[in-house]
Design a protein around this ligand. Structure first.
Ligand code: RB5
Length: 144
């Protein structure tokens, strides 16, 4: 069965989202697209909260969110229990977000990196396992 990747963005991340969706489909993933669906100005929490809620509820193990900077999307997602959203702008950060933080959402800055680099980060994020061990102990201390 194909792995389903949920993805959400605002207008600042729309073009990059469309690029990543095509790449995911080309690489045998299925996609659940939470919008937004155009460049029209929107408020990122309206699109990020529904995805983050589904990660919180265990509907999907890993998700991808985007906005112009990646910050608003990440801040919104991290309001959800057991969501660890990581803002990543290079491949090493994408790997570390999984290895050390067991990040379950990747946040990308749609206006600050190339689409090609974003896809490399997505691949690193989706294929890198969590290392566990000492990192699990630290993650256990995050929730309030
Ligand atoms: C939208 O203009 C922009 O503020 C948004 O995409 C994001 O960067 C917010 O953090």
């Amino acid at each position: 069965m194909k792995e389903i990747i949920p993805i959400a963005c605002d207008h600042g991340g729309f073009a990059m989202k469309q690029y990543i969706i095509e790449k995911l489909k080309d690489n045998a993933y299925e996609v659940k697209d939470y919008g937004t669906y155009s460049e029209e100005s929107v408020d990122y929490p309206d699109f990020i909260h529904p995805l983050a809620k589904d990660i919180e509820d265990g509907v999907y193990p890993l998700g991808i969110i985007l906005c112009g900077s990646g910050n608003g999307a990440q801040m919104t997602a991290n309001k959800h229990h057991n969501v660890r959203a990581a803002l990543c702008w290079n491949v090493e950060l994408g790997k570390l977000a999984r290895q050390h933080n067991n990040a379950n959402i990747l946040s990308l800055p749609g206006r600050f990196i190339s689409h090609e680099l974003a896809w490399e980060i997505v691949q690193a994020y989706l294929t890198t396992p969590f290392e566990g061990g000492r990192h699990q102990k630290r993650i256990d201390k995050i929730e309030l």
